[in-house]
Write a protein that binds this ligand. Sequence first.
Ligand code: G3I
Length: 367
Amino acid sequence: MTKLSRRSFLAASTAAAFVRPRRAAAAVALASVKEAYRGVFLIGTALDFRRPDEFDAAELAIITSQFNVITPENSMKPGPIHPQEDTWNWAQPEALLDFCGKNAMKTVGHCLVWHSQTGAWFFEGASREIALQRLRSHIATLVGRFKGRVIGWDVVNEAINDGGNDTTAATENLRDTRWLQTVGPDFLTQAFRFAREADPDVALHYNDYSIESGFKHQSSLVLLKRLIADGAPITTVGIQGHWSLTGLTPERYQQIDEAIAHYKALKLKVAITELDVTLSGAGGGQLGGGGRGTPPPPPTAEQLQAQAEAYAKLFGIFVKHRDAVNRVTFWGLHDRRSWRSGQSPLAFDRDGKPKPALDAIVAAAPK
Ligand code: G3I
């Protein structure tokens, strides 16, 4: 088991001192994923400070001992942060940036352009030119405010359709969104240009789920090649990594491995941006199913072992491509807070206790 750094150990111990002995014991014995992968890639989580007391001491101990980068799960999305043209909600993002600054953690921005969680005002009475003006202003204000304070932005999120077939695989197969309808297919290139105008140094990502396999992978390559040819200042592909034990077949692992190699061949970096491995159900980033609600029955030992092995295999692939992979972010802190909480997808359980996956992930790190 990898030892905690003195700093992480102290943070975990200090926080654990305020909680029940059962949790304190777990926190002190904890392996640290960020320490295990220090110098390999960043290790992240996704969360928001919706209230000052959002997290208890044990949760804060997990955050500071395990991760070195945070993605806001919701608070920087277009709808939450910019619900009306003249209304901005800065409190939650600023609280997150403040926490990251105080704990020597980095922050990733998520996300500038999406078909979901986006105010209708962007499109009201909008011609192509007006929609682009609104987008440019949105990006200039948001990226400009956090210039130098976030390491990267998910510039465009989930622009490719689900599914597909042999015919669509030869095309970008773009999702039929208000952005596509109002601006046309160059909304992506424009968004990347606006982001680069606002921050000349920040990493700029295209982020999507299920792009590592099948027809959607083929479409992602068509799209990325077009963006590069058009001069879009893209630096990174974000493979979200919403996977399920049911879908992680040997073929799927191979596809993930090959997809990273394909993106690397385009001279792009790769980040795993929203990692989780559910015990049941389908993978993918689509809303619905397996969400928050009635707690599921506790996982069996066999399920936890299978999940641990899956995480170890995935991290093995990420390490193999460490020259391209610069970050692996888990989508949530522990199972109770996960968007897939009904399917126990993370390395910490509903009580914040480490699952077998944690040691397996740490053991998969290069020695
Ligand atoms: O904040 C409101 C709260 O005021 C209200 O009382 C409550 C009632 O349901 O809803 C709260 O908002 C919810 C929000 O999460 C914060 O908890 C929304 O309903 C809910 O839809 C939203 O879900 C988020 C989802 O994106 C929305 O699209 C999930 O937390 C978030 O994990 C998920 O993240 C996405 C990534 O951004 C992109 N990739 C896929 C991934 C999973 O869907």
